[in-house]
Design a protein. Structure first.
Length: 74
């Protein structure tokens, strides 16, 4: 696991430590959990939006198929 450095004002830092202590965790674990929740929620929102867009588009290939080679041509 990699370490990062954050800059927080004293009031926020103390409030975070107090909150973490009340919830039997560390400030490090609290920040990690909040970041994970945010990233996962964002990924979920992106996937949901992609499926919504696919559902509303009337895509039609007119029976055309593609070979594997054609799909990977850049």
């Amino acid at each position: 696991m990699k370490n990062i450095t954050l800059a927080l004002d004293e009031e926020t830092l103390e409030a975070g430590r107090t909150y973490a202590s009340r919830h039997d965790t560390t400030l490090n674990a609290l920040v990690r959990e909040l970041l994970v929740r945010t990233v996962v929620a964002d990924r979920h929102a992106v996937v949901t939006e992609m499926f919504r867009l696919m559902d509303v588009q009337p895509g039609n290939s007119h029976g055309r198929g593609w070979t594997r080679e054609e799909l990977y041509v850049r």
